[in-house]
Design a protein around this ligand. Structure first.
Ligand SMILES: [Zn+2]
Length: 288
């Protein structure tokens, strides 16, 4: 078994290396349908910041589903509360929402909206899910078999910027990008990109350096604020997220907690929990 594991891990490393090499040598891009990126002159830029808030998923895409709630609903509730607080408490701030109701805007349309309005920040709000792990158990006949069990113990917050160096984070990106499969014409809109196939992530370009550094700074501020509020800190990570890919401004995707952990799910559903998350994100954006 040990030998098998070793061989498997070598194959896995070789695969990851091949994917990583592919990412840096073969640079392609989505064929994004023609989108109007021009500044909306009817709405001149306010004195303060323009912030685009993106509630993850929506409509036919529930996102991760917990025992008691769905990602799309909690993400929307937090997003609306955050936007209201930003506009009320930071004078001159204009908040633009990718959705204010239970609808599904295509992933590529979300950063395009931010580009169109020359936004200063793009923040995508999501809830995490733990995925599965395998364990060896005895079946009814007394034979040892491998069983998949859902990992309900994962807990805490993490914030992502667009990037590729740590392939270990691909599972979150693959889950979040899977929304694409529910979109009509996704093959044309994303240039044949298959969100479930790790090798297809070679289509991602490396984000412009200046936005990357600022995105990391914002992600760091968010994680610091979560920690101050007593939340678990899973750190700042990078991953190939379609919703961040074309943003022409600092952009982060924050996972505010695990819906797959029932205890944390109850916190995420609660008034107190949502208020704490809104405060953390508000403080981070204010300091940025
Ligand atoms: Zn999500």
């Amino acid at each position: 078994m040990v030998k098998n594991k070793k061989v498997k891990s070598i194959i896995c490393s070789v695969k990851n290396l091949a994917i990583a090499l592919g990412l840096f040598t073969l640079i392609g891009s989505f064929n994004i349908p023609s989108i109007d990126y021009s500044l909306d002159n009817d709405n001149p830029k306010p004195n303060g910041k323009i912030i685009v808030l993106d509630a993850g998923h929506g409509g036919r895409d529930p996102g991760a589903v917990g025992k008691l709630s769905r990602e799309k609903d909690i993400a929307l509730a937090i997003t609306l509360k955050l936007g209201k607080k930003l506009e009320a408490e930071i004078p001159g701030t204009k908040v633009i929402y990718t959705r204010k109701t239970d609808i599904y805007p295509n992933l590529y349309e979300r950063p395009a909206l931010a580009n169109k309005h020359h936004a200063d920040l793009f923040v995508s709000i999501h809830l995490n899910a733990g995925g599965t792990t395998t364990r060896r158990v005895k079946n009814k006949k007394g034979q040892w078999v491998t069983q998949k069990v859902s990992n309900s113990s994962a807990i805490g917050t993490e914030t992502f910027v667009l990037g590729y160096s740590n392939m270990a984070n691909q599972d979150v990106a693959i889950r979040e990008n899977a929304s694409i499969l529910l979109e009509e014409n996704h093959e044309q809109n994303y240039g044949g990109f298959d969100p479930k196939d790790p090798s297809s992530y070679i289509v991602f370009k490396v984000l412009k350096r200046k936005y990357r550094d600022q995105s990391i700074r914002l992600a760091k501020l968010m994680q610091e604020e979560y920690v101050k509020a007593g939340r678990g800190d899973r750190g700042i990570k990078e991953g190939p997220f379609a919703v961040l890919k074309t943003a022409g401004m600092p952009a982060v995707l924050t996972e505010v907690g695990f819906i797959s952990n029932t205890e944390e799910e109850k916190y995420l559903m609660s008034e107190k929990g949502q208020e704490a998350i809104v405060n953390s994100l508000f403080n981070a954006i204010k300091k940025f």
